[in-house]
Design a protein around this ligand. Structure first.
Ligand code: ADP
Length: 189
C-alpha cells in the first residue's frame, strides 16, 4: 500500500504516520525528519538547506525530489510506504506520480488530515514550548509563515489527487485514537 499523509503543519501527520507505520509494517518516509537529520549531520546537503528550514521556507523541488527518489528505490519500500511531508507542491506530486509509474507503481491513498487554523497554531506553539525541542522552526512567526506556505503551495496537491479519486478526508482535530480509527477505516474501506 502506497500512502500519502497530507495536512498542514501541526495536523498530526508525524504522530499518525508513526502509528500507521507500526500497524501496517510500512516504512515511514518523513521528509522533515530526513532533512533535519541532514542538518544535524552537517552533510553537504544539510549545510545547504539549514537556513531554508530555519526560515520555514520549502527546500527546492529538485532537491527534495532527488532525496525521495533515492529513498523510494530502497528495498524496504518494495511493499509500500507512508509519505509524510511529501509531496508538498504540485510539481512534487507530478514528479512522484512519474517516478512511481516508472516503477510500475502508483499512489493508492491520499489521507488528508483536516484541522482548523486555531488548533494548528496552538499545537505548533505547544511543540515550540517543549523544552529541548529540536524544532527551531516552531516559533510563532515562522509557524505562521509555514501555514501561509501550506495554503499557497501545498493545498493544490489535494485537487490533483482528488481528480484521481484517491483522497480521503479525516477530521484531525480530535484525540489521537479517534483519528487513528478514522484513518484505518478510510484505508480499509
Ligand atoms: P511540518 O509538517 O510541521 O511543517 P515537516 O517536518 O514536514 O514540518 O517539515 C519541516 C521543514 O522541512 C519544512 O518547513 C521545509 O523547510 C522542509 N521540507 C519538508 N518536506 C519538504 C518538501 N516536500 N518540500 C520542500 N521542503 C520540505
Amino acid at each position: 500500500m502506497n500512502i500519502i499523509l497530507f495536512g498542514a503543519p501541526g495536523a498530526g501527520k508525524g504522530t499518525q504516520g508513526a502509528r500507521l507505520a507500526a500497524e501496517r509494517r510500512l516504512p515511514l518516509l518523513s521528509t522533515g525528519d530526513m532533512l533535519r537529520a541532514e542538518v544535524a549531520a552537517a552533510s553537504p546537503l544539510g549545510q545547504e538547506i539549514q537556513h531554508i528550514l530555519d526560515a520555514g521556507d520549502l527546500v527546492p523541488d529538485v532537491t527534495i525530489i532527488e532525496v525521495i527518489a533515492a529513498r523510494l528505490a530502497e528495498t524496504d519500500c518494495e511493499h509500500g510506504f507512508i509519505l509524510d511531508g511529501f509531496p508538498r507542491t504540485l510539481a512534487q506530486a507530478v514528479a512522484l506520480d512519474d517516478m512511481l509509474a516508472h516503477m510500475a507503481r502508483s499512489v493508492d491513498h491520499v489521507l488528508v488530515l483536516e484541522v482548523d487554523e486555531p488548533t494548528l497554531t496552538a499545537r505548533i506553539a505547544g511543540r515550540a514550548a517543549e523544552s529541548g525541542g529540536p524544532r527551531t522552526d516552531d516559533s510563532a512567526e515562522i509557524a505562521a509563515k509555514r501555514l501561509a506556505i501550506y495554503h499557497a503551495q501545498s493545498a493544490p496537491v489535494v485537487p490533483h489527487y482528488e481528480a484521481k479519486g484517491l483522497v480521503r478526508r479525516v477530521d484531525g482535530g480530535r484525540d489521537m485514537d479517534a483519528v487513528a480509527a478514522d484513518i484505518a477505516g478510510a484505508l480499509d474501506a
